[in-house]
Design a protein around this ligand. Structure first.
Ligand code: 5GP
Ligand code: ZN
Length: 137
């Protein structure tokens, strides 16, 4: 997909209006149009990168600092009880918009949002094999 056709490029750079809660030279933070909970927001880099793999290292490091700042603001203003950071990469992971974005999902006790997964029960050998695979150069 060309950058010119990317909806989050257009939103991040102000060509399409959005409910913006923060903006600087590098990022725009917007409210999600289909929020999981009240205050669900997305951090969008203004420079197009498809996903975490494509994101420049400097942007990757700054995005978490910004998430921390937004988390504090959400706790203070929304009085949320918790917060999930979610970041999907690839169709298999549920990414629907192919421009990197970090979800900030404020959580409220008994908000009914279910993000649980079923836990596997790998053997020690299976864990060891994966551990080795991911540790080796
Ligand atoms: P993904 O599934 O790719 O991680 O998340 C995409 C998110 O973007 C979804 O939560 C969806 O509600 C949100 N979204 C999609 N299109 C728009 C839009 O045009 N404006 C806003 N504010 N959010 C959008
Ligand atoms: Zn884009």
């Amino acid at each position: 997909m060309k950058k010119e056709d990317c909806i989050f490029c257009k939103i991040a750079n102000g060509q399409i209006p959005s409910k913006t809660i923060y903006e600087d030279e590098e990022f725009r933070v917007i409210l999600d149009l289909g929020p999981a909970t009240k205050g669900h927001a997305l951090i969008l880099p203004k420079e197009h990168a498809k996903d975490l793999y494509e994101l420049p290292e400097e942007t990757a490091s700054r995005v978490l600092l910004l998430a921390k700042e937004m988390a504090g603001r959400m706790a203070e203003k929304l009085h949320c009880d918790g917060l999930n950071l979610v970041q999907n990469n690839g169709e298999a992971a549920g990414q629907t918009v192919l421009h990197f974005h970090l979800h900030l999902i404020p959580r409220y006790l008994n908000d009914g949002l279910d993000m649980k997964w079923t836990h596997g029960e790998p053997s020690q050998e299976e864990l060891e094999a994966v551990c080795e695979l991911l540790t080796k150069e």
